[in-house]
Ligand binder design. Structure first.
Ligand code: PLP
Length: 413
């Protein structure tokens, strides 16, 4: 393992990993669903409520100003984290799902027309799929898919054939939550721009594992959820290029997103407030800011290396088990810290329940990617995912418990 990365030092920062859960040591292998939270994030939320809680933007008094400043400061931290050009390009949302719905409703419904094409990949999470189905249905547009080859990758030919002058929007995940595949988003964005299409990136998984730079990617929109990078739930980000956000209509109408309201008409606030109707989740924005500070403190490259090493270690051990089928790319540098697999003749929910009795938490199901499962001719998989606080010992416990699954169910081995 990476000698410079002292994982035990970081584990101490996560209260839930330092006690028994349901009478057992927790081996948490479900960070792709949501990451555990370090004490600094938990304390930041406590501090907010103990010292600065007030409705932001709405008062001239000290606390309200402090709350407004804290919210705006959090936005600046996210701007730096994504290397966005302007703070106004960072919109706070409830999460990736809401961010996609904003793009679909406020951009898609206004700028996509009949017979235009929208291109996504077959490995998209439902949140980057259903909103585009809605736009396609409402506008008479065509929703096209980039399919994976037998190696679990999108061939270049697929990108060139599907993204054409008819394409008006491409929306692609940077890392599949279901298979761990890292997609060539930079190349896909380049192709989208060559044909004059707008490109959105789903960074809900990748944001936890690699440096994400919106200017380097040249992404027009990029979304993520804070909870996957250790912030509280209920906060996420929509990044959008300023000129695109400026021409879009608001998504949520109400308090705070307005300039002037008349009996019959309204003018809207400037960016980013135009897209932030209603009282904002200031505690979660501060929690997200603190989570980013924590990532910066550990170092995103260290996290990426550590997770990659755990992935390789787990992959090697799991591949030695004849009864296990692993899905996704064979070349591990094309994969993030996710292993999707099945055990012969055992339903993933049974695997997950049996592993739980060993204190091992993994995910089972279709991972909000039903079209992908159907394309692969399976119903569901087991998914183990790794993060900065996981150890080789976690992987060993996971593998030992996997070895017991079929025995539990009465199979010989
Ligand atoms: N996109 C991907 C790749 C995800 O993994 C997820 C959540 O699992 C989402 C989008 C949606 O995130 P949320 O449920 O936080 O809105």
């Amino acid at each position: 393992m990476n000698k410079d990365f002292d994982v035990l030092k970081y584990i101490k920062d996560f209260p839930v990993l330092n006690k028994e859960v349901n009478g057992k040591r927790l081996v948490y292998l479900d960070s792709a669903a949501t990451a555990q939270k370090p004490l600094s994030v938990i304390n930041a939320i406590k501090n907010y409520y103990e010292n600065i809680n007030a409705n932001p933007h709405r008062g001239a008094y000290f606390l309200s100003t402090a709350s407004t400043e804290a919210h705006d400061n959090a936005r600046k931290t996210i701007k730096e984290f994504l290397n966005a050009k302007y703070s106004e390009e960072i919109i706070f949302t409830k999460g990736a799902t809401e961010s996609f719905n904003i793009i679909a409703q406020s951009y898609g419904m206004n700028f996509i027309n009949a017979n235009d094409e929208i291109v996504i990949s077959i490995s998209e999470h439902h949140s980057n799929l259903i909103p585009w189905q809605q736009v396609a249905k409402a506008k008479g547009a065509v929703l096209k898919y980039l399919y994976l080859d037998e190696n679990g990758e999108i061939p270049i030919s697929e990108i060139e054939e599907k993204i054409t002058s008819k394409t008006k929007l491409v929306s692609i995940t940077q890392m599949s939550n279901a298979l761990g595949t890292i997609l060539p988003v930079k190349e896909i964005i380049k192709r989208a721009h060559e044909v004059g299409a707008v490109a959105c990136v789903d960074a809900a998984q990748s944001i936890a594992h690699m440096a994400v730079d919106v200017q380097d990617l040249d992404a027009d929109f990029l979304v993520f959820s804070g909870h996957k990078i250790m912030s509280p739930m209920g906060i996420g980000v929509l990044y959008g290029k300023k000129h695109l956000l400026n021409k879009m209509t608001p998504f949520l109408f109400g308090g705070d997103m307005v300039e002037y309201v008349y009996e019959q008409d309204t003018t809207y606030a400037e960016l980013p407030y135009k897209f932030e109707g209603g009282t904002q989740n200031v505690e979660a924005a501060i929690g997200l800011q603190e989570a980013i500070k924590y990532i910066n403190h550990v170092g995103i490259d260290n996290i990426e290396n550590h997770v990659q090493q755990l992935l390789e270690y787990a992959h090697e051990k799991l591949s030695q088990l004849e009864v296990v089928t692993i899905y996704g790319p064979k070349e591990l540098h094309k994969k993030g810290g996710v292993i999707s697999f099945n055990i012969k003749d055992v339903h993933p929910h049974d695997v997950s329940t049996i592993l739980d009795s060993y204190g091992v938490a993994i995910r089972s199901g279709n991972h909000c990617a039903q079209p992908l499962m159907r394309y692969m001719n399976i119903n569901s998989t087991c998914r183990a995912s790794f993060y900065l606080y996981n150890t080789k010992e976690d992987v060993d416990i996971f593998i030992d418990s996997i070895k017991n699954v079929r025995r539990w169910l009465g199979y010989g081995s």
